[in-house]
Design a protein around this ligand. Structure first.
Ligand code: CMX
Length: 132
């Protein structure tokens, strides 16, 4: 598999509206827009940084993965996303290597990207997302 770059860093927040100002007014990033991904039960807000982005994640449902994370750990880094060349091929390769996957097939993420998660227990406690 080939990782092309860090696509984004996902940060879980209680509220995008309340959390956004630190990234724009204090750190000078530009708010690029917001999107709700119903399947993931999150609303995302993107702030480009060079070739990567900061992604704020606010849960839309109390049983969603981001709500569970916030309940357990509070606000903070939720996942790191790597842009890959061929996500289906990358998942196949990882599966063959016996790496624990959350998604064996890609699903639809923000911006119409294909995304898939590896289990944090397989990657030193860090939730890793692949996207294309
Ligand atoms: N980072 C690191 N560890 C995490 C984690 C995260 N984001 N989310 C959960 N975990 C850990 C938990 O702390 C727990 O560890 P312990 O067993 O040591 O307590 C373990 O993973 C299992 O967690 P859980 O609470 O028992 O199980 P969940 O039902 O919360 O499932 C996970 C965890 C990772 C499978 C689930 O959150 C998931 O499927 N995540 C992928 C989807 C996702 O996060 N989508 C939101 C992002 C949307 C986007 O970017 O588009």
């Amino acid at each position: 598999m080939k990782i092309l770059k860090i696509d984004h860093l996902g940060i879980a927040v209680n509220s995008i509206k309340d959390g956004k100002n630190i990234w724009t007014e204090a750190l000078g990033l530009v708010f690029e827009g917001s999107e709700t991904v119903e399947e993931q039960k999150v609303t995302t807000a993107f702030f480009p940084v060079g070739e990567s982005e900061v992604e704020l994640l606010e849960s839309t449902a109390p049983d969603g993965p981001v709500a569970k994370f916030l309940d357990k750990k509070g606000e903070g880094i939720h996942h790191i996303a790597f842009r890959v060349e061929n996500i289906e091929g990358a998942l196949e390769e990882l599966k063959e290597k016996g790496i624990r996957l959350i998604d064996e097939k890609p699903r639809k993420g923000a911006g119409g990207k294909k995304i898939a998660f590896l289990h944090p227990k397989a990657t030193n406690g860090v939730l890793v997302e692949l996207c294309e």
